[in-house]
Design a protein around this ligand. Structure first.
Ligand code: ATP
Ligand code: MG
Ligand code: MG
Ligand code: MG
Length: 574
């Protein structure tokens, strides 16, 4: 490629709203441009890196026998209704109507669509196990799109889905995916960690791991042990530690201590005035959206009812256990009320778990709600800061740095990470409601056992940029670099230099090397600055030394420049 015509507009300064290095560099080096919040163009350089990442992923998916297909981005919302996710997915789901008034959604993930497809097409155990994947644009109306490609509203994902006869089959698929993910992220040159994630938050009990790139700007907190291999995300570490509520917490006056025994406070939310049960439900369902999973209604200083976001089994189990252990006293089990389905599936918003305490003076739920229906009555007895930590990642109640490791004698350490991949065992979560079944060896109908496996490819691109850079720009490893070699004449107007560069360019290109030739009529200083910014791994500068048949060769990540004959430079570049 000749640089004069390449659409790679470099910028001296990054726009002021670009907060993180990857966003700044991808803009400055001409890899991406913004169209709207969380929506980007991938310019040719960005597209090339994206394709490199796609190819790595394809190779590793194909290697483990996954089959590539492509599903539509536009999905009829009936499928979401059938799976029970329509209600709970919340405002991240972008909904639209066709001219006949039929409702569709722009796919944030594809469990519904793929489960329906496989359920229709596969009917015998002989066709299982089956794993399919696609590389496709996803849509999520994120509350806070930010950090450039790291949290987009339109982004590129690889999503894979496995269908097995039973749990044992799923287990094998799961771990083979796990290994494939290790190969993918290693090849991409990433520093990362696979951590145990919390299945509860996504509505299952099965294994789940997140692949976290290590960087200080990550929005997730990773908990690792100083001496063993333990690594989890914070929610998971919390789930492990919650059994052992601290004395300090136990000393909290009831009902707060009781309430807090099973829900981690993260954010203070005030409820609106509600007059009826329906209104309360409405609030819980609509207003609070995915923020709230559990709401405790307190009457006469005692928890009177617990509202759960639907089939969030873990919360329900917790509430029931708390009831059984007499940690929580409610009128009866009926006062555990399911409001909507839970966020689940790997696109499911991992909702904040927020206990909202509605204090009231009358016994009984209906009265409690009416009693609570006074301005500012909703959060009585709640001391912000004491009862509700402000919403900061790392603020989970029971887990702190230096705490004992749940597996060994070591202590826990925190670090920040970016979730670049997420795998989990879904079991029958989708195959049951969407009727994906097959006839087993005995001729009996059996529901398929599923897993799903995502990688945010555009997020991965930005994550690599975040880790792979220096003060002058990007420093791509050759496996994902947009070009392998950057040839730069000191002056394109110098005939000898231009001819030598053109020849080298032609020869290397003929050998299949991806070469960028800077044929712009620019000062050498400008060209070298741009070259550093763009970050191609090997640079060949053709200048004065050409008189002796020599060119200057430099690796992007090394300081020293070496003078090579053109033939040696060729060898270096191959
Ligand atoms: P997050 O916790 O960052 O919101 P998620 O858990 O909602 O991500 P998944 O549903 O697990 O995401 O989707 C699979 C992968 O898609 C994630 O591991 C991540 O790499 C990527 N991804 C998710 N949301 C976005 C986004 N808004 N922009 C870019 N990539 C994303
Ligand atoms: Mg998300
Ligand atoms: Mg997540
Ligand atoms: Mg996830």
């Amino acid at each position: 490629m000749k640089q004069r015509l390449l659409l790679a507009p470099t910028l001296r300064e990054a726009p002021s709203d670009a907060e993180v290095v990857s966003h700044q560099l991808l803009l400055r080096a001409g890899y991406i441009r913004q169209v709207a919040a969380g929506v980007y163009h991938y310019l040719p350089l960005g597209r090339r890196v994206l394709r490199k990442l796609e190819e790595i992923i394809r190779e590793e998916m194909d290697r483990i026998g996954a089959q590539e297909l492509l599903m539509p981005a536009i999905q009829p919302t009936e499928l979401w209704q059938a799976s029970g996710r329509y209600e709970v997915y919340g405002p991240e789901l972008i909904r639209l109507q066709d001219r006949h008034g039929r409702e569709f959604a722009l796919g944030p993930t594809h469990e519904e669509v793929v489960t329906t497809l496989i359920g229709q097409e596969i009917s015998s155990y002989r066709k299982l196990p089956l794993t399919v994947y696609q590389i496709q644009t996803k849509y999520r109306d994120e509350k806070r799109p930010r950090f450039g490609l790291l949290r987009g509203r339109e982004f590129l994902m690889k999503d894979a889905y496995s269908f097995d006869i039973d749990e044992e089959g799923l287990d094998a698929q799961y771990w083979s995916m796990h290994n494939a993910y290790h190969r993918i992220f290693t090849r991409a040159g990433l520093r990362y960690l696979a951590v145990e994630a919390d299945a509860g938050a996504i509505g299952g009990e099965g294994d789940t791991h997140e692949f976290m790139a290590l960087t200080d700007i990550g929005e997730d907190t990773i908990v690792t042990c100083s001496s063993c291999q333990y690594a989890s995300n914070l929610e998971r570490a919390y789930a492990g530690a919650e059994q052992h509520a601290s004395q300090e917490e136990q000393a909290l006056e009831p009902p707060l201590a009781e309430a807090r025994a099973f829900v981690p406070p993260m954010e203070q939310v005030s409820t609106p005035q509600v007059k009826t049960m329906e209104e309360l439900m409405q609030f819980f369902k609509q207003e609070a959206k995915q923020m709230i999973k559990t709401m405790i209604v307190v009457a006469d200083g005692k928890p009177a009812a617990v509202l759960l976001r639907g089939d969030h089994e873990m919360n329900e189990t917790k509430v029931k256990n708390a009831l059984q252990a007499n940690e929580l006293e409610l009128a009866d089990e009926d006062t555990i009320i399911r409001v909507t389905g839970a966020p689940h599936g790997f696109a499911g918003p991992v909702g904040l778990q927020v206990p909202v305490l509605i204090d009231a003076h009358a016994a009984g739920l209906r009265e409690a709600i009416v009693g609570a229906n006074q301005v500012d009555a909703h959060l009585r007895h709640v001391v912000p800061g004491r009862d509700f930590a402000l919403p900061q990642v790392g603020d989970y109640r029971n887990v702190a740095e230096g705490d004992p490791c749940p597996r060994c004698e070591g202590t826990l350490q925190f670090q920040k990470g970016i979730e670049v991949g997420h795998i989990f065992k879904l079991g029958k979560k989708y195959s049951e409601p969407l009727h994906a079944a097959f006839l087993n060896e005995q001729g009996r109908e059996q529901t398929m056992t599923m897993g799903c496996y995502g990688i945010g490819i555009s997020r991965l691109l930005a994550t690599c940029a975040e880790q792979l850079n220096d003060a002058n720009g990007l420093t791509w490893p050759s496996e994902i670099a947009p070009f392998q070699v950057h040839i730069i004449p000191v002056s394109i107007k110098d005939d000898a230099q231009r001819d030598a560069c053109e020849q080298l360019y032609a020869k290397l290109t003929a050998q299949g090397v991806e070469v960028l030739l800077d044929d712009r009529d620019e000062r050498i200083g400008v060209k070298l600055k741009d070259a550093d910014l763009i970050g191609i791994p090997l640079r060949i500068v053709c200048g004065r030394d050409l008189a002796e048949g020599l060119v200057e060769v430099k690796k992007r990540t090394e300081a020293d420049k070496r003078l090579f004959s053109i033939e040696e430079a060729m060898q270096e570049a191959l």
